[in-house]
Design a protein around this ligand. Structure first.
Ligand code: BG6
Length: 509
């Protein structure tokens, strides 16, 4: 993470009374403050429909800060950070997001805060609302002359360098068409360098490390291809259910919620070509190339290359998805998805990438497992399987962050028994420090104007191309017999079949 301090900033959070602000944004700001990475002047303005006063929002923020402190064994100095030390001013604008007057009031609040900034305060808008409000807020910001695009984005516009930044939460659209429409709207009112589409997975230390692991070591690149790699498995399993997000999930489903963004981002980092530098554009363009080369799953092959699941009740984990609040009793929404994706390029032709993600699975586990090809000749026959197990390199994204390489050795003793053993790197052991939270890094980068870790509009459209094909295909298939997996399991049987029919198995813990 940068050691450069963010510039004086006024951050405006739309949807400030929601879950994201409390659980992620304010805790991330608090931790940036403990690292002394926030500026002297840092104002926060909450915007939401709830009838909060400034004082109400202040106590909302205070509670969020207290909750982080309660969880961490922090130093005395950190304990002393409260709402008054974290924020120079805390303001709240209570308004429906589509009401013009609300933005006029916001403009007045921002002007009054500017007056207290010794160096000009950069503005940062954070759209943390349900996605249906994104277009409305973007239009209204522009109409209220708050987007900084008043000069039409001309290079000679004197305001250009001080233009506000805007962070847009996921999901960015619900399909290819809506993502394109949203991108077009954003481009009409903001210049691309003002826009930060967020995918918090990219802020995770272990995800950033994928490029470092691949390109700061000379030994992997020669074997990182179809000649040595048999297949890749990407798993993002969560033990929790949909919690209090039943209503959102009924619209989204796991394919939109996790695959379109997080899983395809992991895939593109692990499979992209080497960029020429760590510059934002260099990395983004290689990622887009990779996403563009993923073969579309069509209606014809959706049944063979994808699996949907929905969790049912279980003694271990309680209610099924259909019993969650806000969920239709006959819901056909998927809480689990598994895919087999092919990449049509020279490096990966013939190497399948199996992806799976789900709620209420056996345990929390996100990892990328690279399965290498078997030895060409099997001369050690004294093993359980008859041949040595294939080498597997596992990038452990979370929890228990690290990297494991599974390789074969001779088991000590008089027989020639081959056994697979792990070689482990653990962040905890090697660095003895707590890893920063994803939002910390991403908020700081945005304030510093670095968009490297934010998905590009072309990448988002490309990932929607893949997801929209699958969603369209699913619509044409007969209704699923949901629920089809019990809470606490590893998903529906069909997920095992998806990979086993190719002679492979999922790596379940
Ligand atoms: C979010 C999804 O983007 O990521 C959630 O909307 C999911 O459904 C979450 O639980 C997982 O994030 P993390 O950082 O806990 O792996």
């Amino acid at each position: 993470m940068s050691t450069e301090k963010a510039p004086s900033t006024t951050m405006v959070i739309f949807g400030a009374t929601g879950d994201l602000t409390k659980r992620k944004l304010i805790p991330a700001l608090y931790r940036l403050k403990t690292l002394d990475l926030l500026p002297e002047t840092f104002n926060i303005v909450g915007v939401a429909t709830r009838g909060y006063s400034d004082a109400d929002f202040r106590s909302h923020a205070e509670k969020a800060i207290d909750a982080v402190k309660a969880k961490s064994v922090s130093e005395e100095r950190e304990q002393s950070i409260g709402v008054d030390t974290l924020f120079s001013n805390v303001r709240f604008v209570s308004t429906p997001f589509d009401k013009r007057e609300g933005y006029a009031e916001l403009a007045k609040v921002l002007d009054s805060l500017d007056a207290g900034c010794t160096t000009p305060c950069s503005r940062l808008y954070y759209l943390a609302t349900p996605p249906s409000f994104f277009p409305i807020i973007i239009e209204q910001l522009h109409s209220a002359q708050l987007s900084g695009f008043e000069g039409g984005g001309r290079a000679d516009d004197p305001q250009r360098d001080h233009a506000p930044k805007i962070i847009i939460e996921k999901p960015f659209g619900v399909d290819m068409e809506s993502a394109q429409t949203l991108n077009a709207l954003v481009s009409r009112h903001f210049r691309e360098e003002q826009v930060y589409r967020i995918d918090h997975y990219l802020g995770k230390e272990t995800v950033q490390n994928i490029l470092f692991f691949r390109f700061a070591n000379g030994i992997y690149e020669p074997i990182w291809n179809r000649r040595y790699i048999d297949h890749v498995q990407i798993t993002a399993a969560e033990a929790i259910g949909v919690e209090n997000r039943g209503k959102y999930f009924e619209e989204a489903g796991i394919l939109r919620d996790m695959v379109q963004n997080h899983l395809l981002q992991l895939l593109s980092l692990v499979a992209m070509e080497p960029p020429i530098s760590m510059e934002s554009e260099a990395i983004r363009s290689k990622k887009v190339d990779l996403l563009d080369s993923i073969r579309a799953i069509t209606s014809e092959d959706v049944a063979t290359n994808s699996v949907r699941g929905q969790y049912g009740p279980s003694a271990k984990t309680g209610a099924g998805y259909r019993d969650e609040e806000g969920v239709n009793k006959e819901s056909q929404i998927e809480t689990f998805a598994a895919l087999k994706l092919d990449i049509d390029n020279w490096r990966w032709s013939g190497v399948p990438f199996y992806l799976r993600t789900g709620k209420r699975l056996g345990q929390n586990l996100t990892e990328i497992a690279i399965h290498f090809k078997a030895v060409p000749h099997c001369m050690f026959t004294e093993t359980i399987t008859g041949c040595p197990e294939n080498n597997i390199l596992v990038l452990k994204i979370q929890p228990d962050e690290g990297i494991t390489f599974q390789f074969n050795v001779k088991r000590p003793g008089s027989s020639n028994y081959v056994e697979s053993v792990p070689m482990d790197f653990s962040y905890k052991e090697s660095f003895k420090t707590k890893l920063p939270e994803a939002y910390e890094r991403l908020l700081l980068d945005c304030m510093l104007g670095d968009s490297t870790l934010f998905p590009h509009k072309a990448g988002i459209e490309s990932s929607w191309r893949i997801i929209t094909g699958i969603l369209d295909g699913w619509k044409e298939l007969p209704k699923e017999d949901f629920p089809n997996y019990s809470g606490g399991s590893w998903g529906p049987e069909a997920s095992d079949t998806l990979i086993e029919k190719d002679g492979r198995v999922w790596r379940n813990p």
